[in-house]
Design a protein around this ligand. Structure first.
Ligand code: GAL
Length: 826
């Protein structure tokens, strides 16, 4: 008896030990998150699992860890997981559990933003379109039909992750979860019902009992049970509404997203680092980069309207998963500096002195240890800040970190990380990379379209969302009888269509009439073309195409897509205008395209008699092209160059690369001024690529590729010339090292050898990577040959930026000496 009691006690004891050593208890107070009894600062980065492939995840997450992150944040994408009501998909790159486990295996925490409204430039903000079509539903407000569905999906996700013990409270990596997204930005649209919905979201989330805190972002009336967090380019001035909420930043935008027609965004490493350092200087404790890796909108996942397929975001890891230097490295050094003072930041007394002119000294003190930030938020004047009798040079728009309040280890404006210049290289596996052998076939405008016989019909014009977003394409078809005596019949008749989204191609009696499409931002347009109608029955068939459904705004979900009408025939007769409104005719609808139904994009390497290899058409609309290719050798990221094409869809071995639209040029308003990191960033500051295709290259993940022959299929909607299409690889072409005196100049060709040093100087250096110039002072030794000896032939090297090593440089007092090198990679 005694022994079995002992045995029992031993078991209970071991179980308790097991639970407490295994599970992380996450709590918080007004100062910080506490994990296992210790207050923490958390540096986190967003990676959205469906925007890369399963094969890419381990490398992306490993690089995130090496970049000094503690956590990975991701949204959960409802419409990807529940494309049809109660039919779920967690396969391939939708394998959420596997993604979170990959994060866990790398020893990182996870932040789970369930939403399930997410925005994210994702199709329809993450909502499945069938949700919009449920009878009696109203989205994102107190509506039981909607709330039941939202609760159902949220519960499903929570249960799935609980089952795998993935919450920190169960020993897993998830330390925080988010419900809704930026609802506070639009709550006023929904009146009192909005407020009730927000409170319901909080209590529904809490009822799921996940054992870690729930957050809401941009919700300044969040109930005390959830933490309100900040999103933006800067969040240092943010204060959460509840005193027990720590100051947390869920989205620090590392660049910006792109739409068709927009420039390439570029946010400097200096400004991004400044925003982060200033946030921690002002008692922030959790910060997440949105995005750390942006990735690719494969398939039809791009939101919009008009979000591009690339979601690179100018993030620290580029679309393909390569380091975006110097951003990645400059932030890594910042993370190291912040981690080194974690304890004093989260436990210390805070003392901030405003020196005027936007200069600040901030001291954190704990148990006799002090750490300091010297901040200069002035956007044009450098400052000399005197602290404890010592002068510190703090450049404009920068923060210095002094872990012991004496020695500066980091300044956000002093970049000691190399710049990597990425280049594209022709496909070395093909003798003639741009000489692909094409086959083609037309998209059949088949009998149902010509005769106007679709799968659905209605006595009115329907919103394109009625088809549950199963395709971009919907044919709107009707017929009209024109009797000789009908007053509308005359020499000139016009077809007029009021359209909202986003592209239309009109056919009359099986003959192509004309097309029109919206430009970004102006999605309502009027199509008007003269038509020759015949007497008797006329068939009007209009192919409407959407390019990503609206993802943001109050009641964004009801923004119309397709052809809301009116659709009219117009006759001008002298001063008189006669209008025949066809809007309430019987309209018949055909969903999608014949070629999509026939799955022409599915890999079929056997020659198919329906595909022709002669008379390859150029600039022919609604045309399918296919070719086989040998994939580029090696490990570098593969991109598909679609120059010469119009707009359409692309597949490699049946895997969708997303929509393409290289004929959509970037608006021509790039500034010629050099990019200045100083002063507030906004989405188009320092942007580039004007006058060029807004996206010419499309990512082909290596996992889409087979060893032998591979197949590329294109559906060209507008008409284009495939003869220049080719595959390329992306790699580091040259690197420019930079180190201020006292730091090491580090160079790495990321796996390749450094073949040549083009420039090296220690002292005052002007210009930028690719165009450096020596300034007024330079070190006495032959710096070029020192660097050559140290670096050429190696994959990486390091040279101290010191007079000891490079000889003295007699520079004026104001000059910050630095070692600057430009090297070529093999
Ligand atoms: C935020 C939103 C994100 C994303 C971002 C812009 O407002 O929460 O999901 O859309 O804007 O990239």
């Amino acid at each position: 008896m005694i022994s079995s009691k002992r045995h029992f006690l031993f078991l209970v004891f071991s179980l308790l030990c097991f639970i407490s050593s295994y599970a992380d208890i996450v709590s918080h107070d007004g100062r910080a998150l506490t994990i296992n009894g210790k207050r923490r600062i958390i540096l986190s980065g967003s990676i959205h699992y469906p925007r890369s492939t399963v094969e890419m995840w381990p490398d992306l997450i490993k690089k995130s860890k090496e970049g000094g992150l503690d956590a990975i944040e991701t949204y959960v994408f409802w419409n990807a997981h529940e494309p049809l009501r109660r039919q779920y998909d967690f396969s391939g790159n939708l394998d959420l559990v596997r993604f979170i486990k990959t994060v866990q295996n790398e020893g990182l925490y996870a932040v789970l933003r369930i939403g399930p409204y997410v925005c994210a430039e994702w199709n329809y903000g993450g909502f499945p379109v069938w949700l919009h079509n449920l009878p009696g539903v109203e989205l994102r407000t107190s509506n039981t039909v909607y709330m039941n569905e939202m609760q159902n999906f949220t519960t499903l996700i929570v249960d799935m992750l609980k089952k795998e013990n993935l919450f920190a409270s169960q020993g897993g990596p998830i330390i925080l979860a988010q419900i809704e997204n930026e609802y506070g930005n639009v709550i006023s649209t929904y009146g009192d019902a909005g407020k009730a919905y927000m409170n319901w979201c909080a209590s529904m989330a809490n009822s799921l009992d996940i054992g870690v805190p729930w957050i809401m972002c941009q919700q300044d009336d969040a109930p005390p049970s959830v933490i309100n967090t900040c999103n933006g380019f800067y969040c240092d001035q943010f204060t959460p509404n509840n005193p027990n909420s720590p100051k947390m930043w869920t989205e620090n935008w590392t660049g910006w997203f792109k739409n068709w027609g927009s420039k390439h965004p570029f946010r400097t490493a200096e400004d991004l680092a400044f925003s982060v350092a200033r946030f921690f200087q002002n008692m922030g404790t959790f910060q997440n980069y949105y995005m750390y890796h942006g990735g690719t909108n494969f398939g039809r996942t791009a939101g919009g309207p008009y979000i591009t397929t690339s979601y690179d975001y100018n993030a620290p890891l580029n679309e393909y998963g390569d380091l975006n230097q110097p951003k990645y490295g400059h932030l890594k050094k910042l993370h190291d500096a912040l981690h080194s003072i974690e304890k004093v930041l989260t436990y210390g007394d805070y003392n901030n002195t405003d020196l005027g002119s936007y200069n600040y000294i901030t001291e954190f003190k704990h148990n006799g240890v002090s750490s300091c930030f010297l901040g200069n938020a002035n956007s044009s004047s450098d400052a000399t800040i005197n602290y404890n009798g010592v002068d510190y040079h703090v450049p404009a728009w920068s923060v210095s970190i002094l872990p012991d309040c004496k020695t500066e280890v980091y300044n956000t404006a002093k970049v000691n990380t190399q710049t990597s210049v990425m280049v594209k290289k022709a496909n070395d596996a093909e003798v003639e990379p741009t000489g692909l052998n094409w086959k083609w076939r037309p998209e059949i405008i088949d009998e149902p379209v010509v005769l106007g016989k679709g799968q659905l019909s209605s006595g009115q014009l329907v919103d394109q969302k009625a088809i549950n977003d199963v395709s971009d394409y919907l044919w709107y078809m009707t017929s009209v009888n024109l009797d000789k005596k009908d007053p509308i019949v005359g020499d000139t008749m016009t077809l007029r269509v009021n359209a909202t989204g986003h592209i239309m191609h009109a056919y009359v009696n099986g003959e192509y009439l004309a097309s029109q499409w919206a430009t970004y931002g102006v999605f309502n347009y009027v199509f008007e073309k003269d038509v020759k109608f015949k007497h008797g029955k006329n068939q009007i068939s209009i192919l409407s195409a959407t390019v990503g459904l609206q993802n943001y705004g109050g009641e964004y979900d009801s923004v119309r897509a397709g052809l809301p009408g009116p659709i009219e025939i117009i006759r001008k007769k002298g001063d008189e205008t006669i209008i025949k409104d066809l809007s309430s005719h019987k309209w018949s609808y055909k969903i999608g395209l014949k070629g999509l139904d026939d799955k022409l994009f599915k890999a079929d390497l056997k020659s198919d008699s329906q595909w022709k290899s002669t008379d390859l058409p150029v600039n022919r609309m609604l045309t399918w092209y296919k070719t086989t290719f040998k994939p580029p050798i090696g490990e570098d990221a593969i991109v598909l160059d679609l120059q010469g094409l119009g707009k359409g869809l692309a597949w490699v071995n049946g895997n969708s690369l997303g929509r393409y639209w290289p004929s959509y040029m970037t608006e021509d308003t790039c500034s010629n001024d050099p990019c200045d990191y100083r002063g507030g960033y906004w989405s188009w500051k320092c942007a580039t690529n004007c006058g060029k295709p807004s996206q010419r290259w499309y990512h082909v993940p290596r996992s889409f590729i087979n060893e032998g022959d591979n197949e590329l299929v294109l559906f060209e909607e507008f008409g284009g010339d495939p003869s220049l299409v080719n595959f390329q690889t992306v790699r580091v072409g040259s690197v420019c090292g930079n180190a201020y005196e006292g730091n090491d100049m580090e160079l790495s060709c990321q796996g390749r050898a450094i073949s040549e040093i083009k420039f090296a100087s220690f002292g005052e250096v002007g210009g930028a990577c690719g165009s450096f110039e020596k300034g007024s002072c330079e070190a006495s030794k032959d710096v070029l040959s020192i660097v050559q000896k140290e670096c050429v032939g190696k994959q990486s090297c390091s040279v101290p930026a010191s007079e000891d090593r490079l000889g003295s440089a007699s520079c004026d007092a104001g000059v910050s000496k630095r070692l600057v090198v430009e090297a070529v990679c093999n």
